[in-house]
Design a protein around this ligand. Structure first.
Ligand code: GMT
Length: 376
């Protein structure tokens, strides 16, 4: 339906990672819907595309004058935001992550000569992990209280936030979404041919930034157990500190030759389309973007019973306890069972396109922006 065109500045982490991907895709989708969007960051986010002339990128310059131990990034962001708002008549600053992005937004509010509304989307690590740090806790609590609206990417994260901070109300949930343009359009065989994979092989997949929180050793152990039961291969997508240790563990478990470490690949959807099962066995995950990226390609996931993952894979995946890689292996074997796989594939597609539609998310945010601008 018709909606008012807004002027919105986005601030997010431009590095490869779910929060930056979602913020960037949301910025682009809203610009395509006619809103005027500015994205302020140290560099173009990974998935940035100039989709509309109502979309603007502003490079953040952080002065790293040598007297500083580390460059005052948050202050640079706050000042640049204040300038951006004043120069362009921006009505809303939409921050992805309470710290440091919404905190910079709050500082900008203090500096800026024109009023604007601060919107904060929580992606997890900001509230759940940083809340344990007493200094950070105070900052986050203030930022949440001073944000016009706080949105969480899952119901679980909303509840966790409410439990940890003194808030007037639980944040509203607007889930992450599938990006239509990124969907691989071919079938599994097409994807495999394009990737040079064996059309008849069974492939398990995992994608992340290989931080400790992803529990990569559990994935390697899970794969080794599945490999004992049937011929199959493992594909690791992404880069990070746990890549090298995972190779050592794979060697010691005798499955090194059955694993491919692909590294970073922008065409991640092709890999999910090619795979039979996706594994995400993290210690914490507010949402788990790869779950819907694989779901839309018809590939179900085995996940740990933590954070937002159970609500994301509800009806279309298997849930095991954190650390229980044996249960994860059994769950993967169940999903690999031929009888079930055609049915699951259909269900995955259905759920991913209905529950995680990008249009529905844009509409939900437009409503939140409207509400924020209507309250004085
Ligand atoms: O999990 C990461 O390593 C990256 C992190 C980020 O900042 O991009 O991801 C968080 O936000 C994503 C988008 O909302 C979620 O899908 C991830 O689950 C969440 N990560 C954690 O909660 C650990």
């Amino acid at each position: 339906g018709p909606h008012q065109k807004r002027k919105i500045a986005f601030v997010c982490n431009p590095k490869m990672g779910g929060s930056g991907i979602i913020a960037t895709e949301l910025a682009m989708a809203l610009a395509e819907r006619g809103h005027h969007i500015w994205l302020l960051a140290e560099r173009h986010p990974y998935s940035w595309r100039q989709v509309s002339d109502t979309l603007h990128f502003l490079k953040l310059h952080v002065n790293d004058y040598p007297v500083f131990e580390s460059a005052p990034h948050t202050l640079a962001l706050a000042g640049a935001l204040a300038n951006l708002v004043e120069q362009n008549g921006i009505e809303i600053v939409h921050a992805h992550y309470a710290v440091p992005y919404a905190a910079a937004g709050l500082m900008a509010k203090f500096i800026c000569k024109k009023p604007f509304k601060l919107m904060t989307t929580l992606h997890g690590t900001d509230v759940v992990k940083l809340a344990d740090d007493p200094a950070m806790h105070r900052v986050i609590e203030t930022v949440l209280a001073e944000s016009e609206r706080v949105i969480s990417v899952s119901d679980d994260l909303a509840q966790q936030t409410f439990d940890r901070f003194d808030l007037k109300q639980t944040p509203a949930t607007i889930a992450n979404f599938v990006v239509p343009k990124k969907i691989f359009q071919g079938n599994r065989a097409d994807a495999r041919k394009e990737l040079g994979l064996d059309v008849d092989e069974t492939y398990l997949v995992h994608a992340s930034n290989f931080r400790e929180i992803k529990r990569i050793p559990d994935i390697v152990r899970c794969f080794a157990l599945v490999r004992k039961q049937m011929k199959c291969k493992m594909i690791f997508l992404g880069e990070g500190p746990e890549v090298e240790p995972s190779k050592a563990l794979a060697r010691s478990l005798g499955v090194f030759d059955d694993i491919t470490w692909v590294g970073q690949d922008p065409l991640i959807s092709r890999w999910f389309s090619a795979a039979n099962v996706n594994l995400q066995l993290s210690e914490y995950e507010s949402f788990g973007l790869t779950l819907i990226e694989s779901m839309i390609q018809g590939t179900p996931s085995v996940v740990t019973n933590i954070g937002g993952m159970p609500e994301v894979v509800k009806d279309v995946g298997k849930i095991v306890e954190v650390g229980d890689y044996e249960a994860a292996a059994n769950a993967a074997l169940e999903l690999l069972n031929d009888e079930e796989s055609e049915h699951i594939k259909k269900l995955c597609l259905e759920v991913a396109s209905s529950r995680y539609s990008s249009e529905a998310v844009c509409i939900a945010y437009e409503k939140v922006y409207d509400q924020a601008l209507c309250t004085k």
